[in-house]
Design a binder for this molecule. Structure first.
Ligand SMILES: [Zn+2]
Length: 255
């Protein structure tokens, strides 16, 4: 199995899951960059996996269907109306098979109420739930839901590879270094990511272990982050949801 990172639009990533000559695409923001990889390699595209309904994740669907005819389009059952081209509505914890590979689906509300994450053999396609060094904005969900969704991602094990929906890693790490200034892993990662981005290389995938060391949204029990937030009087309480909410609020105004 191989996963090809396909940059789309301004800072989106689609991912092509390749198994033999079969392929499935996750979150096709637009069609032509996906078609280019599929056709150059002589692959057979058979499925589309949609993490959520936002246009920058499903915008390529109509053109892909035009080009390749029948494709199975997978998404969360409650997104049926918002992803009208969906052919295979999924339930939380459902397991299904794509290109001969087992896929597990987790409902991860927070960014949207109907967001899902796909797990394929240690590879996690997290859409806009988790980012390199950050997490998605809470457009439809609560902080409590997002904390629970991130916990589900964490339950997949430290060696899981994280395929996120946007290249926000450099800015996220700048924010991380502000809220967790004494953490050396952040500056190390920022230097590494900076070098990759200068060469126009994607910072995806990351390792969950790396996110645990550097991503403040996965470090909401860390005493130095809590101390920092308390110093700035941003915390109502030190429970995980309150720490997460304070960080997310602060990140919303960081640029
Ligand atoms: Zn989104």
């Amino acid at each position: 199995m191989e996963i090809v990172v396909i940059p789309c639009l301004y800072d989106n990533y689609s991912y092509l899951v390749v198994h033999g000559k079969k392929a499935a695409v996750v979150d096709p923001s637009e069609a032509w960059p996906v078609m280019k990889v599929v056709d150059d390699r002589g692959l057979k595209l058979s499925a589309v996996l949609c993490t959520h309904h936002h246009h920058d994740h499903i915008g390529g669907l109509p053109d892909l269907l035009d080009e390749y005819g029948t494709l199975e389009v997978y998404g969360f059952f409650q997104d049926r109306k918002r992803i009208p081209l969906m052919t295979r509505p999924l339930r939380d914890n459902e397991r299904f098979s794509v290109c001969g590979l087992d896929v597990d689906v987790f409902h991860t509300p927070g960014h949207t109420s109907t967001h899902v994450v796909f797990h394929i053999e240690g590879h996690l396609f997290v859409g806009d739930t988790l980012f390199g060094g950050g997490c998605g904005r809470l457009f439809e969900g609560t902080a409590e839901q997002m904390v629970h969704s991130l916990d589900r991602i964490l339950s997949c094990g430290k060696q899981s590879r994280i395929y996120f929906g946007h290249e926000y890693t450099e800015l996220n790490l700048r924010f991380a270094s502000q809220v967790d200034p004494s953490n050396p892993a952040i500056s190390e990662r920022a230097a590494r990511v900076g070098e990759m981005r200068r060469k126009d290389m994607p910072s995806a995938p990351s390792l969950l272990e790396e996110e645990l060391a550097t991503n403040p949204f996965l470090r909401i029990e860390d005493s130095s982050i809590i101390d920092q937030l308390e110093k700035e009087q941003r915390l109502q309480s030190t429970d995980r949801v309150a720490v997460f909410a304070a960080l997310r609020e602060q990140r919303n105004h960081f640029s």
